[in-house]
Structures are given as structure tokens and as C-alpha cells.
Design a protein around this ligand. Structure first.
Ligand code: ADP
Ligand code: ADP
Length: 218
């Protein structure tokens, strides 16, 4: 469960997110739609405790990220800038994440298999394509088997196979009862993946609607 309540975030005199409120529940993919600069990443970063709001709250399972116990078992995220030191292998990276987050090591081969990286897990990440790095980022998000998943523009820069794979994965995660929030600046992407839409512009809520309702109005 995700709750954004009257969230406001400023950078200097610019207001990136302006009294934004919405909730995201389990069982469907919720799209977070808005043009570049609308405040999507800022909101997601607030949910992940990566930026402090000026006022309001960004909560996962009723708590701010910083007060979640074993946060990786509650919420997994793929952010635009998620990066892994290139000298490490995928296997080492995930083992280290599991060790430092109280997650069973048995989850490592499971998520490598789930994202299709099992065969290349012992290679250095420096040699990975963008698509393989996205898959590794998703493996890290899934490692703690969290109930809440936050994906910031996950299809950016991927080839068609990778895009289809990520779409299917998000739908499967939602069908399995997880809470999935997905950002995009493309309505075309949302029509293919999301069930419900939270639309923002200039940091403010514009609409909170179902994709079916929106597309039926043409
Ligand atoms: P989106 O993800 O929808 O593209 P962002 O949340 O990245 O939007 O950005 C919202 C607004 O906040 C934009 O005007 C952006 O320029 C500004 N912004 C985002 N991050 C920073 C930052 N670290 N410093 C200053 N301004 C920022
Ligand atoms: P390894 O399993 O590769 O031997 P260690 O657990 O011994 O790694 O980690 C060595 C150091 O590097 C530690 O300080 C650890 O915090 C850091 N570290 C290990 N893996 C990563 C990673 N994937 N990303 C960032 N830091 C890491």
C-alpha cells in the first residue's frame, strides 16, 4: 500500500511537487503519468526516503521509508539512476544486497532466474547491455519479495523484447497481489500496461482514473 498525502517538495524557490495526494493499492498496475518535469521521480524518491518533503507525507504500508523494518522486504524500486559498480558481477552484487538487508541467500538464484540473468550472473556488470542492467535492477527490486514495487520509467531505452518482458512482469506482479506503481511520460505505454492512472502536471494531481474510462472517451 502506498499513500501520498498533501506531499510538497521544493528545490529552492521551485515547487516540484505541490500538495499531491493519492493512494495505490494491490492487485493492479497503477500508472503515474505526466510530462517530463511533472514531479513523478521526486514523488517516487520521497516514497523511498531519498528526498525529504517540505510538508506532507509519502508512506509505504503506513510508514515513512526510514521507519520501515527491513525495507527491501517491503518495497522494491527501479529508479532511472539505479547503478551498480561495474567491476562486480550480478551474483556478487545480489549476494551483497541480500547479506546487508537480512534477506535469505536462496533468493539470489531465484531472482536471477526470474529476470533471465542466471546464465550471465558470473559476468562483470561492466559488460552488460542497458537491457541486462535493467534486468539486474529489477532483480534487486524483487530480492526481498516486497509487496510494493515502484518502477520509474522502466521501459526507457529498452529493445522491444525487453519492453514486452517488463510489461508482462509488471502485470504478473500485480496479478499476484502486489502493489505496483509505474511512471511514464507516454500515454501509449500506460494503455498497454496500467489499469489505473494517476496523472500529474507541474507537481499537481490532474486526474485519478481508470485507463478504460480514459480511453473510452475518444
Ligand atoms: P519527472 O520525474 O516527472 O520528470 P521530476 O520529479 O524529475 O519530474 O522533476 C520535477 C521538477 O523538479 C522539475 O522541474 C525538475 O527540474 C525539478 N528537480 C528535480 N530534481 C531536482 C534537483 N535535484 N534539483 C533541482 N530541481 C530538481
Ligand atoms: P564480496 O562478496 O564481493 O566479497 P563483500 O561483502 O566482501 O563483497 O564487500 C566488500 C565491500 O564492498 C564491503 O564494504 C561492502 O559494503 C561493499 N560492497 C560489496 N558489494 C557491493 C555492491 N554490490 N555495491 C556496493 N558496495 C558493495
Amino acid at each position: 500500500m502506498i499513500e501520498v498525502r498533501e506531499l510538497t517538495k521544493r528545490y529552492g524557490s521551485a515547487t516540484a511537487v505541490d500538495r499531491l495526494s493519492f493512494e495505490v493499492g494491490p492487485g493492479r498496475v497503477t500508472g503515474f503519468l505526466g510530462p517530463n518535469g511533472a514531479g513523478k521521480s521526486t514523488t517516487m524518491r520521497a516514497l523511498l526516503g531519498l528526498c525529504a518533503p517540505a510538508s506532507g507525507a509519502a508512506l509505504v504500508d503506513g510508514r515513512p521509508y526510514a521507519s520501515l523494518r527491513r525495507p527491501m522486504t517491503r518495497v522494491g524500486a527501479l529508479l532511472d539512476a539505479s547503478a551498480v559498480h561495474g567491476g562486480r558481477t550480478a551474483l556478487n552484487h545480489l549476494r551483497w544486497l541480500a547479506r546487508t538487508n537480512g534477506i535469505a541467500q536462496a533468493r539470489v538464484p531465484a531472482v536471477l532466474e526470474q529476470v533471465g540473468l542466471a546464465g550471465v550472473a558470473r559476468r562483470r556488470v561492466a559488460g552488460y547491455s542497458l537491457g541486462m542492467r535493467q534486468r539486474l535492477g529489477i532483480a534487486a527490486a524483487l530480492l526481498g519479495d516486497p509487496g510494493v514495487l515502484i518502477f520509474d520509467e522502466p521501459v526507457n531505452g529498452l529493445d522491444p523484447d525487453g519492453i514486452r518482458w517488463i510489461r508482462g512482469l509488471m502485470r504478473d506482479l500485480a496479478a499476484g497481489g502486489r502493489t505496483v506503481l509505474l511512471s511514464s511520460h507516454l500515454m501509449s505505454e500506460m494503455e498497454l500496461t496500467a489499469d489505473r492512472l494517476v496523472i500529474i502536471g507541474r507537481g499537481r494531481l490532474i486526474a485519478d482514473t481508470s485507463v478504460a474510462e480514459l480511453t473510452a472517451r475518444h
